[in-house]
Ligand binder design. Structure first.
Ligand code: ZN
Length: 258
């Protein structure tokens, strides 16, 4: 039986998918994927996300923003341009934003400044945010706690521990899992995934990165493969794949206002 799935995080706007989006969309539809959020990491990829949302209207949805690792090389005017993209049809969220302590492309103060700006934009527009974390979960939680209010949003490709997931849930966030949760050594992450309430869990591929098991290492990852992550999550949560697919798809539609 085909599942009903929603991939909440894919970079079909990246160079690796140039000329291949048609095929990736066809494969996703065959795999039961009913919608995909295409995520910007800088001004150029955010524009491309909007173009794709226009071209594949109602199937691809755009999330626009400047990723923390791109913030260091963004031009002064780029954030204003991102703001003006919010008027384009098919834009359903703001990001990816957040903090990254793994790469050192952008000084942390600059990342924090951009994160604050994205948060403010979410409060103004009521659009949800997509948060990128890499070795930065505690700093993200701290910055969110210092906000006047925390917009709705997603901790994408979540890799934190039990305390961190609880803190994110307490802040009202949704938790999205990518292929990492399927890897053999990810027992801790799987037990974290089992803790997330049913109305807060999402799935994603983070294509073209990190293919899930059993396709690990086969690149590029693509939205059709979100099914493997979903099945792994259903397994650790002790529910049927059909049920979890339905639930996560409803969660995605509700969050993005689709
Ligand atoms: Zn991403």
């Amino acid at each position: 039986m085909t599942l009903t799935l929603f991939d909440t995080h894919a970079h079909l706007n990246s160079d690796q998918f140039v000329g291949k989006v048609d095929q990736a969309v066809a494969n996703a539809k065959d795999a039961g994927v009913i919608g995909i959020a295409v995520i910007g990491v800088d001004l150029a990829t955010s524009r491309r996300a909007c173009d794709l949302a226009n071209e594949y209207s109602g199937y691809l949805h755009a999330v626009v923003g400047i990723q923390p690792n791109s913030a260091g090389e963004a031009a002064e005017t780029d954030f204003d341009e991102i703001e003006s993209l919010l008027k384009r049809p098919g834009v359903c969220g703001i990001g990816e934003t957040g903090l990254d302590c793994y790469w050192d492309d952008t000084p942390i103060e600059v990342q924090q400044d951009y994160f604050d700006r994205h948060l403010e934009l979410c409060r103004q527009t009521k659009l949800p945010m997509v948060i990128h974390m890499r070795e930065s979960c505690d700093l993200i939680i701290e910055q969110l706690r210092n906000q006047p209010s925390v917009p709705s949003g997603i901790m994408h490709s979540f890799t934190g521990d039990r305390d961190q997931v609880q803190a994110c849930l307490d802040l009202g966030l949704m938790i999205s899992f990518a292929g990492m949760v399927t890897f053999k050594k990810s027992d801790d992450l799987r037990s974290v995934a089992a803790m997330v309430p049913e109305d807060r869990i999402l799935v994603e591929t983070d294509s073209p990165y990190l293919s899930p098991e059993p396709l690990r290492g086969r690149r590029p990852n693509e939205p059709a493969r979100v099914e493997h992550t979903l099945r792994c999550l259903a397994d650790v949560r002790g529910v049927s794949a059909e049920h979890l697919a339905e639930v996560t798809t409803e969660n995605a539609k509700r969050l993005f206002g689709l």
